[in-house]
Design a protein. Structure first.
Length: 736
């Protein structure tokens, strides 16, 4: 192969093939060990390479295969991966630095199908914190997701067909024969219990590998019982019979192979598909192509942690009993790390460095989930409902949940907030009631503003490592500075080593904030100036002597959480900023509806319309005609309609339904047809004939009435069910 230009070679497709879409094709040069040393895409049917001629003339290989660049899983491209993707190996026949490819398989022009199987799981560790065990997520770990192949399958893909040597087969048969004398004894009580995860799709890792292997080797109950024909074949002494049995019954036999690690290299291989990183919840996942899989998907995982400036393996269990054989896509893989060098998660300390970010009220009510338009309304059961200051975090509440009880204002302050050029050191929240509980606007001259949380402290939790096993949590206490209208709170440093009191108490211990977010104020909404619409303002500033000076900042300093992800931020914009004429922001602001009212639930006695008879304290109503009408009524209410109700009538032992079950919001009538309950004078009511209520019962029947009214108020983390009310009543119809 003579070369005119030793620096560049060309792989050229035929004119017919070049007319097709080649954007999904690449040329791969592999060395004699099967590793990719160069790859290139096609441009007008030509791919330009710079591989050294000595390598090309040697034992290298040239493949044309799919473009893996859109596969963001960081997986290494290997010859095995190329073959599984139906890559085409060309004949190395260069003429004047050009290799003409006259034909390649048509399937290569179809984009490679990624993302068919979701491989997912969590990584955790048990810690002793404050003297109690906690199973906590581990974040920022590198998870190596590998695919296991076994030579005990058929058909073989040529690249990883390696005949297992006869001597290996023979020795494994001898091991089985020896097990017959050592393991299979009369059953004895098993204090540990059987290893129960020898199942399809699950690895044998309910115990640690060393304990699991010891258990397998000593307890009959810990081993799967093999059918007689399998056991007889494995102890037959025939290499051919044993080999075929290991292929045909691998799923039954692999737990036994866990006992003999020295044979695994002859039986199992694995390729690393990708490396992913665990998130703040210890979660990891990847999407694996299964379109070109040669059989079941078998997953093996090992884990690294970044310790003292380098990546250290902290979890790498033995094959094959920690392989998820025949992995069912989407099945949760739960891994518990025991390495003492791994600490609890300090995930996410890399938020926006120069921002003050309002995350949420409570755990869930982000700014974008709180209505800010004072004139906005939503239709609720056909009635317009003004919902300014309300949130949508309560399911099926139609964006009309007000706030109540104690409100935790969660924020994040970046590491550079002190050095952002503004000299900001302190913050404070202020609350102003701008409308009463009926949303009647309060004139500005009559509005009063208070500094929230002024008489209490701000706390930020941190964890200290006492030794390799024990941790303890503490709170950094930040008391308010200043007095009167100059009260403000110091912003805790996001870099915990900049907190003098913490460093003085634990100068050498590992310590970190429990979370990047902290509660900048716990506001008891009952202590505010009554129910109504409030404006909460967040101010940043510094002290000049004893005077707190509000500092105007770049608008991007104030951040809010994204709508779909509370742990991701975006710039706060109108209406969440109070801007000045210079284009800077004076403060962050938001409207919050406060309503701490309780619900009302009361079932009235049933009245027979024709006679006026009441169910009363004894509950019985005597009727004369089955066409008489029973008037059923109840009160389900809330002073400002922030509630839903459910009412149901149950007859006898509830085996025959009455179909009387009105439910919905308390602000208007509900139901259709004969089950319409109208709302009038604060009461929901409807009339039913005696015949309908009896529904086949001969002459008489007894009924229970059950009413529950659920408040829609929230503290941002949960619905305030302590504001709920319920009531029960009963009645009976009789013709005697």
């Amino acid at each position: 192969m003579k070369r005119e230009n030793e620096n560049q070679f060309i792989v050229r497709l035929s004119e017919e093939q070049a007319k097709q879409d080649t954007k999904n094709l690449r040329v791969y040069i592999l060395d004699k060990g099967g590793q990719v040393i160069e790859q290139a895409g096609f441009d007008n049917g030509q791919a330009f390479l710079k591989t050294d001629s000595a390598i090309l003339e040697g034992k290298s290989k040239i493949y044309i295969g799919p473009d893996f660049s859109s596969d963001n899983r960081k997986s290494r491209i290997t010859e095995r991966k190329l073959l599984k993707a139906n890559a085409y190996e060309t004949v190395k026949d260069f003429t004047n630095n050009v290799l003409d490819v006259s034909r390649i398989p048509p399937a290569l022009f179809t984009p490679y199908l990624f993302y068919n199987c979701r491989i997912t799981g969590h990584i955790k560790k048990n810690f002793i914190i404050n003297g109690q065990w906690h199973n906590l997520a581990l974040c920022d770990l590198r998870v190596h997701i590998c695919e296991v192949e076994t030579e005990l399958v058929w058909p073989y893909i040529p690249i990883y067909y390696r005949p297992i040597p006869d001597w290996v087969i023979q020795e494994i048969g001898g091991k089985f024969a020896a097990l017959e004398r050592t393991i299979f004894k009369p059953p004895i009580p098993d204090p540990i219990g059987p290893v129960s995860r020898i199942k399809r799709n699950l690895p044998l890792n309910s115990l640690s590998p060393s304990i699991a292997i010891k258990t397998l080797a000593t307890r009959e109950k810990a081993m799967p019982q093999l059918p007689d024909q399998v056991w007889n074949a494995m102890t037959s002494g025939s290499i051919d019979v044993i080999r075929k049995t290991m292929i045909d019954y691998h799923e039954l036999i692999y737990p036994y192979l866990c006992l003999w690690r020295n044979y695994w290299p002859w039986i199992y291989t694995y390729d690393e598909e990708t490396i992913v990183t665990t998130d703040c919840n210890g979660h990891f996942e990847m999407w694996e192509n299964t379109f070109t899989e040669d059989g079941a998907l078998n997953i093996y995982i090992w884990v690294e942690a970044y310790i003292n400036g380098q990546w250290i393996t902290v979890y790498k269990p033995y094959l094959p009993c920690n392989t998820w054989w025949n992995y069912a896509c989407g099945t949760e893989i739960s891994i518990n790390v025991t390495d003492p060098r791994v600490g609890p998660c300090s995930c996410g300390n890399d938020g926006p460095s120069d921002a003050f970010w309002f995350r949420s009220i409570g755990n869930s009510a982000g700014a974008l989930r709180i209505e800010q338009n004072q004139f906005h309304s939503v239709p609720v059961q056909g009635v317009p409902f003004t919902n300014v200051g309300c949130t949508d975090i309560i399911p099926d509440a139609d964006f009309i949940s007000p706030f109540g009880s104690s409100l935790a204002l969660q924020v994040f302050a970046g590491e550079n907030i002190y050095s952002s050029g503004t000299g900001v050191t302190h913050f404070r929240w202020k609350g102003t009631k701008i409308a009463d509980e009926n949303l009647n606007e309060i004139p500005s001259g009559f509005q009063t503003t208070t500094i929230l949380n002024a008489a209490s402290k701000v706390y930020r939790e941190y964890i200290v490592r006492l030794d390799t096993v024990h941790y303890h949590s503490f709170n950094l206490e930040i008391a308010p500075d200043g007095a009167g209208s100059n009260i403000a709170f110091r912003i805790p440093n996001q870099n915990i080593t900049m907190e003098p009191s913490i460093m003085a108490a634990f100068p050498t211990n590992l310590k970190y904030w429990r979370d990047i977010f902290w509660t900048s104020g716990s506001v008891d909404s009952n202590s505010l100036n009554g129910n109504g619409l409030y404006r909460f303002d967040l101010e940043l500033g510094k002290y000049s002597g004893s005077t707190f000076v509000v500092t105007e900042v770049n608008p991007s300093t104030f951040q809010i959480s994204e709508l779909a992800d509370l742990d991701s931020s975006q710039n706060a914009t109108t209406p969440y900023l109070k801007m000045n004429l210079s284009g800077n922001a004076n403060n962050y602001t938001m409207l919050v509806r406060i309503d701490n009212n309780h619900c009302t639930a009361h079932i009235h006695d049933v009245v027979l319309n024709e006679t006026g008879a009441l169910s009363g304290p004894c509950g019985f109503i005597k009727y004369n005609d089955i066409n008489d009408h029973s008037h059923i009524s109840f009160e389900a209410s809330h002073p400002h309609n922030f509630a839903k109700f459910n009412f149901i009538i149950i007859k006898g032992n509830n085996t025959v339904a009455t179909d009387i079950n009105p439910n919905g919001f308390v602000l208007s009538g509900v139901g259709t047809g004969i089950h319409t309950f109208n709302l009038s004078g604060g009461l929901f009511s409807n009339d039913y004939t005696v015949q309908f209520l009896l529904n086949g019962c001969p002459g008489q029947a007894a009924f229970s009435e059950n009413l529950s009214v659920a408040a829609l108020a929230t503290d941002g983390s949960r619905r305030l069910d302590e504001y709920d009310r319920s009531h029960t009543n009963s009645f009976a119809l009789s013709n005697t």
